[in-house]
Write a protein that binds this ligand. Structure first.
Ligand code: ADE
Length: 272
């Protein structure tokens, strides 16, 4: 039974908004173990929405330790068809400033130690991933941000998200390499989620919230932990507004997405 069509993966602050009512915590067990935390179901703008704190509500899981498959499987089993993923990123371009918002449309994979497929163990499938983000969902998120008119935020529609393994940040040589590849922002989680969401036929878009310039930037060495935490807090408040406005727009029109039929030609193993 569908419990929520919209899923939100992000920081634990995201569901502490006044407009969210009828909260319910659900423990979803999956064949891939438990998700990062209980999933919070709530009503926002008339829609049931499923929230998951990516690193757990007590922030105990490293990017490499996240139960990515359990997280996406749990969303699917609640009936989720659209995932909006909010996450902190570093900037690889001078025009993308801390507090800006980016809606990436491409990813480059620099992860090393994660399983990023539901397939294998006897089932061979290859999903199309040339366009890893659902353009229709990304447009709704972008339009929501534009409508909110944040005075201090520039919205960047499109861009390449470099997904690194972490937990250490990049060396300066790596950071410059990613810049030479055309990277826009860098983070540690979203590509893995995007791949699994596509395999699960869930439309996926990222709301990337810039906390810092990565270490290529001359200002980087002057960035203090306090400043980054300030930016994180500021971003969390803005992200709540974006989520609410996006859900409001989705409640009026849930767009068609190619992601919803991603498996149509993907599975090569004959299924009895
Ligand atoms: N998340 C936030 N800032 C980051 C950075 N500079 N590199 C990787 N992940 C990040």
């Amino acid at each position: 039974m569908t419990q929520a069509k919209i899923g939100i993966i992000g920081g634990s602050g995201l569901y502490q908004m006044e407009a969210l009512t009828d909260l319910e915590e659900v423990l979803v067990e999956t064949p891939f173990g438990s998700p990062s935390d209980l999933i919070i179901l709530g009503t926002l703008e008339g829609m049931r929405v499923a929230f998951l704190a990516r690193h757990g509500r007590d922030h105990k899981l490293l990017p490499s330790e996240l139960p990515y498959r359990a997280n996406i499987y749990a969303m699917k089993s609640l009936g989720v068809e659209y995932i909006i993923s909010a996450s902190a990123v570093g900037s690889l371009k001078s025009e993308v400033k801390p507090l800006d918002m980016v809606i990436p449309d491409q990813f480059i994979d620099r992860t090393k130690t994660r399983i990023s497929t539901f397939f294998g163990d006897g089932i061979v499938a290859h999903i199309g991933f040339g366009h890893p983000v659902c353009n229709q969902l990304a447009a709704v998120v972008g339009d929501a941000i534009s409508a909110l008119n944040f005075p201090e935020v520039t919205l960047h529609r499109g861009g390449t998200y470099i997904c690194m393994e972490g937990p250490a940040f990049s060396t300066q040589a790596e950071s410059n390499l990613y810049r030479s590849w055309g990277g826009t922002v860098i983070g540690m989680t979203n590509l893995t989620e995007a791949k699994l969401a596509r395999e699960a036929e869930i439309a996926y878009a990222t709301l990337a919230l810039v906390t810092d310039y990565d270490c290529w930037h001359p200002d980087h060495d002057h960035v203090t932990v306090d400043l980054v935490i300030d930016n994180l807090k500021h971003n969390a408040v803005n992200a709540q507004k974006v989520i609410q406005e996006t859900v409001k727009r989705l409640s009026q029109n849930m767009p068609e997405s190619e992601a919803h039929s991603a498996l149509k030609y993907a599975i090569l193993t004959p299924l009895a």
